[in-house]
Design a protein around this ligand. Structure first.
Ligand code: BTN
Length: 327
């Protein structure tokens, strides 16, 4: 019953995605349900924080048209991607979905590169227990499964590699002022546009795997941005033409799987110099916050293990944790 109701919600969203007015009766006819049922399903869309306008005599329309992701289109364009791709409309977190897939999988393992994409997350997670704002149909939320047959220690620097690739993708789209902030935040002109959340499961030296979650802000609806504390931006603000969400989803999946493969073969060896080019903190005076303690130095990029390098006095110190900011 729940699934049927969800399916009607989905069809309603698909119909309203054009941003035009649709009368209650036309929606009822198209979806094969009663007029009263349409009211109920419109309420469900309110609960998803989709901005639905109701105008007497005209019907319903979304505040902004939506470009919904279409699974077939993404799959078609990613023929070379051997692993399964899942597209969820609404989920708690794509990380949770990957975890569930693992629990259900025979042998408790998945094909490397298995990816879950979602249109919306109700409990999107960021690093350090923060919430990742994940409204419907606007940004990209994706989690990838990646095995670590040589143990969790081999994942050192993995998130750095992924963050760097995201930055390169933005640059290739012609965006100026892209930078990376250690360990894996991506910025445009000093404002955060994407983040990477890596969760490791397994043994330090035994077998394990990484769940790599990526949130890329493509076009955050204005009404969600008011409560974001840190400087924030999205891709659309830096492009002259309307972006194509499918193309961004395909480029993201292709780019991430490619960099994971590169990392598996060569680690960070080929990426350290490129990091330096895009490093927000390179040669900048920085504070490193470690718990309650602040240390100071000058950013010097990263080493082959993804550790942050900071010049302090005449020495070079490596950091594997902490929060870094410009002094
Ligand atoms: C950060 O704090 O910068 C990391 C944000 C990571 C967000 C992504 S969205 C897809 C995946 N699912 C989640 O719940 N979080 C990650």
């Amino acid at each position: 019953m729940k699934n049927k109701s969800n399916r009607i919600d989905e069809r309603l969203i698909e119909t309203l995605a054009d941003g035009q007015f649709h009368s209650g009766q036309a929606l009822a006819d198209a979806l094969g349900v009663s007029r009263t049922a349409i009211n109920k399903h419109i309420d469900n869309l309110d609960a998803l924080q989709l901005d639905v306008f109701r105008v007497h005599g005209k019907g319903y329309r979304l505040a902004q048209p939506l470009q919904l992701l279409k699974f077939d289109l993404i799959r078609e364009q990613l023929r070379e991607h051997q692993a399964p791709i899942y597209l969820k409309r609404v989920t708690s977190s794509t990380h949770d979905d990957l975890k569930q897939l693992l629990v259900d999988a025979p042998g408790k393992t998945l094909t490397p590169g298995t990816c879950v994409l979602a249109e919306m997350q109700t409990r999107g997670r960021g690093r350090r227990g923060r919430t990742w704002l994940s409204p419907f149909g606007s940004n990209l939320y994706a989690s990838f499964y990646w095995p670590l047959p040589e143990g969790l220690n081999s994942a050192l620097g993995l998130s750095v590699a992924v963050g760097l690739r995201l930055a390169q993708i933005l640059e290739q789209a012609g965006i100026q002022g892209v930078s990376v902030k250690w360990p894996n935040d991506v910025y445009i002109q000093g404002a955060k546009v994407a983040g990477v959340l890596v969760e490791l499961e397994g043994e330090p030296t035994g077998e394990g795997h990484a769940l790599i979650g990526i949130g890329l802000n493509l076009s955050m609806p204005e009404r969600f941005t008011q409560n974001i504390e840190q400087p924030y931006t999205d891709v659309q603000k830096h492009l002259d033409a309307p972006l194509n969400r499918h193309q961004w989803a395909v480029t993201l999946i292709r780019g991430v799987t490619d960099v994971l493969e590169q990392f598996r073969r060569h680690g960070l060896a080929d990426l350290v110099t490129e990091w330096r080019r895009l490093d927000h903190f390179y040669n900048q005076p920085v504070n490193i916050l470690l718990g309650q303690h602040v240390q100071q130095g000058v950013g010097q990029g990263i080493d082959n293990y993804g550790a942050l390098l900071v010049r302090q006095g005449s020495g070079l110190k490596r950091y594997f944790g902490g929060e870094i900011s410009i002094r």
